[in-house]
Write a protein that binds this ligand. Structure first.
Ligand SMILES: Cc1ncc(COP(=O)(O)O)c(C=O)c1O
Length: 377
């Protein structure tokens, strides 16, 4: 196979070599169950504790406020459903943004069967949650608000600090899905005023199938999994020790390298977009007027078929995505672009390029060449 150029880091990232090395013993002779009292168990427990400290340090929170989960999806489900069920007596009104990942949107919508009223907060044409509309939608019985820190498709950064302030004044629980923000901007649950925050290892060069939920001390959750009371009863099930170790090392990497890497990626992304505008005068670059995470560019060629473009690029050796990668395999148009009021023929022609630590200037030059070719036919 000819050389592949991977430009889909928002879908997933390769493991860092040091993450793989740290995980390896826990897939081998350090196989103990972290809940066992004997030596083997204690070796595993210590590794889990260290990882918990690394996650907590990255977020600036206490280790006991970190609950390990099977990924971002479970963290989102646990936050949304766990709070709604625990505090239903306070109210049954839930607000989530229209551009949330399906892990939040669907978890919230499923609560409609339990008598909750779930409403979607609209976004502006730039893809930012509309704060005025948000304030109008708040009600005395609003129990939970969930808004992501950065959108997975457009990369647009959301006003989570302002939303956190408004929730706090009204004693409404606030959950932030920070899966696409970690490693790309400084994630600070305390400053943002959120009660819960989700993250996932595989978006930050860690393994798939592991993530964490920050739960502010004093906040209770009704579990979604019942069993052996692991994670202080908030998430039963034998801990995924190798995965958790990998998440811990990935968090340390982000803490050390995150900002410098973000600056490099911002330059690369801005260069790509400048070249795109020159080469394709009709291109739409979504969210270009507002702050975005540095690695993400979503753009459309009006009237084009994004799916076909993506497949042509794949054949040329490039991995990019159309719409949400997390829901790829489904051909539905992006709910994010639709919520931004982007016309259907523009939504249809969208591509998402997301950069990462191995992306080079040469990669982008090659992508631009390939785009010119595939757009020329
Ligand atoms: C914003 C966002 N939330 C949640 C998820 C789900 O995380 P996971 O793949 O770990 O289940 C993703 C991506 O998959 C995402 O981009």
């Amino acid at each position: 196979m000819h050389r592949r150029i991977y430009l889909d880091y928002n879908a997933t990232t390769p493991l860092l070599p040091e993450v793989l090395e740290a995980m390896r013993p826990f897939l081998g002779d350090r196989f103990g169950n972290a809940s066992s009292v004997h030596w083997e168990g204690q070796v595993a427990k210590q590794a889990v504790d260290e990882a918990r400290e690394a996650v907590a340090a990255l977020l600036g929170v206490e280790p006991r406020e970190v609950v390990f989960t099977s990924g971002g999806t479970e963290a989102d489900n646990l936050a949304v459903q766990g709070i709604a069920r625990q505090y239903a007596r306070r109210g049954r009104h839930i607000l989530v943004s229209a551009i949330e990942h399906p892990a939040v949107l669907e978890a919230a919508k499923a609560l409609r069967h339990e008598g909750f009223r779930v409403e979607l907060i609209p976004v502006t044409a730039d893809g930012v949650v509309d704060l005025d509309r948000f304030q109008e939608m708040l009600r005395p019985d609003t129990v939970l608000v969930s808004v992501m820190a950065a959108n997975n498709e457009t990369g647009v950064i959301q006003p989570v600090e302002a939303i956190g302030g408004l929730c706090r004044e009204r004693e409404i629980f606030f959950h932030v899905d920070a899966v696409q923000a970690i490693g790309k901007l400084s994630v600070e649950p305390r400053r943002w005023g959120c009660d819960l925050l989700s993250l996932s290892a595989h978006k930050i060069y860690g393994p798939k199938g592991v993530g964490a939920l920050y739960v502010r001390q004093g906040v209770d959750l009704t579990p979604i999994l019942y069993g052996g009371f692991q994670e202080r009863g908030r998430r039963s099930g034998t801990e995924n020790v190798p995965g958790i170790v990998g998440l811990g090392v990935a968090c340390r990497y982000v803490a050390e390298r995150g900002v410098a890497e973000a600056e490099r990626l911002a330059k690369l992304r801005d260069h790509l977009e400048g070249e795109l505008r020159q080469a394709f005068p009709d291109v739409w670059i979504h969210g270009q007027r507002v702050p975005r995470v540095p690695n993400t560019s979503m753009f459309s060629f009006p009237g084009a078929d994004g799916e076909a473009l993506m497949i042509r690029l794949d054949l040329e050796g490039f991995a990019v995505s159309t719409g949400s990668a997390c829901s790829s395999g489904r051909l539905e148009p992006s709910h994010v672009l639709q919520a931004m009021g982007v016309p259907p023929e523009v939504v249809q022609g969208s591509l998402r390029v997301s950069l990462g630590r191995d992306t080079t200037w040469d990669d982008l030059a090659a992508l631009l060449r390939a785009l010119r070719q595939v757009r020329a036919v």
